[in-house]
Write a protein that binds this ligand. Sequence first.
Ligand code: SAM
Length: 268
Amino acid sequence: MSEHYQHRARKRFGQNFLHDAGVIHRILRSIHARQGERLLEIGPGQGALTEGLLGSGAQLDVIELDLDLIPILQHKFGQLPNFRLNQGDALKFDFRKLDAEPHSLRVVGNLPYNISTPLIFHLLSHADLIRDMHFMLQKEVVERLAAEPGGGDWGRLSIMVQYHCRVEHLFNVGPGAFNPPPKVDSAIVRLVPHEVLPHPAKDAAMLERVVREAFNQRRKTLRNTLKGLLDSAAIEAAGVDGSLRPEQLDLAAFVRLADQLVATGPSS
Ligand code: SAM
């Protein structure tokens, strides 16, 4: 293949390729990959991050959906013994088949913004395999991931991700670092799955349910939004003030509500 092959960025694959060497270095420094580690890059594109990741000597799997990028990646990196190319959809990828030790996999990606939230939830379902994750995301999404209770950014995404992970908003990246430039600002986030959950729920699916229901109408009081699940007495038994709005509750309080629901069953 010619070195001069030009790939046209495709919108439907969320392709905004990093070209700012300073930003690429800063991301690689934050990840700080080392020899012997297991890395997984989602959406390597034309390899802007891939090259530096491979240079660390770590073992790197990449998952790329766009068939046109496969020969480009193969041509650039295929001869390196620490590189393995997987073609497919990261949303459907079975991370267990990578055969990684528990808490070992370091996941990296300048993610296609249209799939970033479902992809994070898909990865969280394999949180026991993962040591950490470094993602480039839309800045607003990073602000929601890292949010604290009490503000408008605190919601289902913050709570469910913080249930599983420690979240660090590392730095922001402007549109000029990409080709083509996206219409939004971006940011790098680090997610580190807890080895021991700080607030374990009796049933994580129940926590999901309570949080989804509570934030369906975030302006209403908990007593109102949770009416179909927990009555006032059950909310009080969980040690929660039913006159509060969902965004005023921290993770520990949502876990208490979910545990109460497990104990009493849904209110009728
Ligand atoms: N990492 C490259 C960079 O920083 O220049 C490319 C980033 S670009 C924002 C997102 C990449 O993810 C593209 O290469 C795109 O083809 C790929 N992609 C999109 N949807 C995907 C999916 N469902 N599974 C795996 N890769 C996907």
